[in-house]
Design a protein around this ligand. Structure first.
Ligand SMILES: *[C@@H]1O[C@H](CO)[C@@H](O)[C@H](O)[C@H]1NC(C)=O
Ligand SMILES: *[C@@H]1O[C@H](CO)[C@@H](O)[C@H](O)[C@H]1NC(C)=O
Ligand SMILES: *[C@@H]1O[C@H](CO)[C@@H](O)[C@H](O)[C@H]1NC(C)=O
Ligand SMILES: *[C@@H]1O[C@H](CO)[C@@H](O)[C@H](O)[C@H]1NC(C)=O
Ligand SMILES: *[C@@H]1O[C@H](CO)[C@@H](O)[C@H](O)[C@H]1NC(C)=O
Ligand SMILES: *[C@@H]1O[C@H](CO)[C@@H](O)[C@H](O)[C@H]1NC(C)=O
Length: 325
């Protein structure tokens, strides 16, 4: 990993090659037929990137990092929004575009299928994926609770586990839409999310020299777009650096008058301990609820920082045959 300064020097020497086209694997959890992912496929390609889209055949929201692969052909009622006939193979590509794939598994498994099977088939056995782009998700994914729960986040952290830089994009507008409803309007919520996704990817392409990793090992980025659509005036949200904790929400349950459980979401200290991250940065939950795009850098190294784990480890020493200190 070169320092930022060394990277900038390398780019200076390369001169005209400043804008580098990435090999991108695009995935999500809302299915290969969703409006957001198709608008983003078009926008990333138009910006000069090579994109292979490999995403679930059907809606897979809320699967987190679950890893499930198909052992039967496509079952009724077929692919999302009628995109795949019943009985079709468990994976395949659009008849007019061999870069546009469905995979009938969870988001994490779709990303791995893209990396291991579709990549060599379409880009060549030695081609590398520079970046996995997941989303834009239909609905926000802010805070640790949604980090683990969301399939879009699951595809992202699964890619990071595999050593491939990955970024999750999530849009507060949660409308589940087919790509066939996309319009040409730049303020179509799917086109706004696609344009901002492409901006962020291009900003990274601008500072990544050929052959360099886009992000360090074990590190990914989670981006949350604010609400776009008729009930929002927000069309040009600035990017803001954030951290995952800070105002994050978790569910609580009570029993309602009808005898069924009722869910509410609250801010608790347990989900906002601020153990890691840059302390002065605001929480992504708060920032993306305004007209701003939050950008949080995360790591999949789940060990607690030494400062908070040391006392616990010392207290447990007798268990390992040492006297306590
Ligand atoms: C899947 O479909 C193919 C082609 O129609 C068929 O040959 C195969 O037996 C099917 N496999 C399963 C497990 O249903
Ligand atoms: C891929 O890399 C291997 C090992 O360097 C090499 O033997 C092989 O010919 C390469 N394949 C292609 C298609 O370039
Ligand atoms: C990337 O670099 C190009 C060429 O200098 C520039 O036009 C563009 O604005 C940059 N894009 C981003 C998102 O930084
Ligand atoms: C979300 O976007 C859809 C179109 O994709 C739009 O119909 C809906 O009104 C938007 N939601 C809000 C709250 O603006
Ligand atoms: C959008 O802007 C208009 C005019 O400035 C204002 O009347 C309206 O309340 C705003 N709507 C939202 C959802 O902020
Ligand atoms: C974490 O930081 C937020 C500000 O972003 C603050 O409101 C909260 O109290 C902090 N939590 C703890 C446990 O210090």
């Amino acid at each position: 990993m070169l320092s930022s300064f060394a990277r900038l020097c390398a780019l200076f020497v390369l001169g005209a090659q400043l804008a580098l086209g990435f090999n991108i694997l695009l995935t999500n959890d809302d299915s290969w037929a969703s409006a957001n992912i198709r608008a983003t496929y078009t926008a990333l390609k138009a910006a000069g990137h090579t994109v292979i889209l490999v995403a679930p055949a059907v809606q897979n929201s809320g699967q987190g990092g679950r890893f499930q692969i198909p052992d039967v052909n496509i079952t009724a009622p077929g692919g999302e929004f009628g995109s795949i006939p019943v009985g079709a193979p468990p994976f395949g590509h659009d008849i007019n575009d061999n870069h546009l794939w469905y995979f009938n598994g969870t988001p994490g498994a779709s990303a791995v299928f893209g990396l291991d099977v579709v990549r060599p088939m379409i880009l060549g056995e030695n081609a590398t994926i520079d970046l996995v782009v997941a989303g834009p998700n239909e609905g926000g994914n802010t805070g640790p609770w949604l980090f683990t729960l969301s399939g879009t986040m699951g595809a992202t952290y699964t890619s990071v586990y595999r050593g491939v830089p990955a970024i999750a994009f999530s849009a507060a507008n949660g409308t589940h839409r087919s790509f066939t409803t996309l319009t040409d309007s730049p303020t179509d919520p799917a086109n706004l999310a696609a344009a901002l996704t492409t901006n962020l990817v291009n900003a990274l392409a601008n500072v990544t020299a050929p052959g360099q990793r886009v992000l360090p090992l074990g590190v990914g980025i989670g981006v949350n777009f604010p609400l776009f659509g008729p009930r929002s005036n927000c069309t040009d949200p600035p990017f803001t650096l954030t951290r995952i904790t800070g105002g994050a929400l978790v569910p609580t349950l009570s029993v309602g008058k009808d005898g069924f459980p009722v869910e509410n979401e609250i801010v608790t200290p347990g989900v906002n301990p601020n153990l890691s991250g840059v302390p002065i940065l605001p929480g992504e939950t708060i920032i993306s609820s305004e007209c701003q795009t939050s950008v949080s850098v995360f790591a999949v190294d789940y060990d607690a920082p030494a400062a908070v784990s040391q006392d616990i480890q010392i207290a447990l020493l007798p268990l390992f045959g040492h006297s306590s200190l």
